[in-house]
Design a protein around this ligand. Sequence first.
Ligand code: ASP
Ligand code: MG
Length: 443
Amino acid sequence: MIVMKFGGSSVANAERLRHVGRIVAERAARRPVVVLSAMGDTTDYLLEAAERALSGGGVSIERIEALHLGALGDLALPEGTAGEVRALLSELRSLLQGISLTGELTARTKDHLVSFGERLSVRIAAAWFRQAGLEAAAYDAWDVGFVSDSHYGQAELDRESWDRVRAKLVPLLDAGILPVVTGFIARDGRGSITTLGRGGSDRSATIIAAALEAEEAQIWKDVDGILTADPRLVPEARPVEAVTYEEAQELAYFGSQVLHPRAMQPCLKTNTPVVVKNSYNPEAAGTRIVPFLPRPADPVRALTTRKNVTLIDIVSTRMVGQPGFLERVFAGFARSGISVDMVATSEVSVSLTLDSLNEINGVEEELSRFATVEVKTGKAIVTIIGDVSRSSEILRRAFGVCMDLGVQVQMISQGASKVNLSFIVDDTQADIVVRELHKNYFE
Ligand code: ASP
Ligand code: MG
């Protein structure tokens, strides 16, 4: 058994769907479960349609209709499927009319609304797969056991979902059926539709893969896997053959767009490998995300940056030798609901980074009561993912690069993570630093 998840751009139109059909057919012997996102930018279109309806702009779903009815026509899908698609589109129109009339869009209604994207895409794709000779059938996530809490927009599946998914899908696979399942959505105990958060289809796929103890979860995207750096920044960036879960999570967290950290969690529980593949280039090996890897020959696996970071220096000489300084600092942030990313401390000072300037004012005031606070905006975190047991070598080379560029490193963190070395530079310097680091480590 394998799980194959295709993202929006992989199923953006009829041509992409034909292509995906071939990719799936070639792997039919491995008993795939297919998980799909909404076609193209449908989720965004749905949210825009809701905004329009809310602000008195009326109901219009032309782009959504054009995309789905267009695919129906291009693929010459049978009347049964066309009827299902039209029924969903008319249900969608009614929902938007309701939103327009009441001028109200609750979190629950919003989840119901965006669910149409995935519900449409699986029906169209499954019909195409059948036309291409596969024994495919479309399923809404709840029909294969996805039950979540009622945390609309960010729902969490209940623990029994895993057992239900297994109990539903294994017999289907045994009967030779190719299930095509909606990503992203679920239903709560009361039967209301929920979503797992934007980009949540990856997580739907890894949950199914983990529940089935599948051979692997394949996440099909539009890039050749996880790359050594952002290719928009470093054209020489190349795919990494394999990374550990830990490395992938740090990469995702520190700015690499490939896989959301939460997406990997289910497979981490079962040690199920996750493979990131490119639907536009299926021959490329992609990147395997696995529990453990032997020590690599090269000390560095990949680089990433996160921009628009705020650096805060907190200094208090009054706190020398006084227990509780850090507690007071972090209590301030916790109370304001601000999540701190990187931290470096000395006896009398703490430097830390935040993702945004939101609400920093309140905390600044609180901290100023016992410390000097300096807030520096316009910073970037440069993250090196590699073998931290070789940190001296990695850092010697990194600082050599910075020195040659005349770039001052402003904070360093080599923390509990065994794979992440990060430092702060000015936003404007981050790109050149990463390019030069890439040359140094990979070229
Ligand atoms: N269609 C949803 C989104 O765009 C879920 C997904 O694609 O993973 O966020
Ligand atoms: Mg999408």
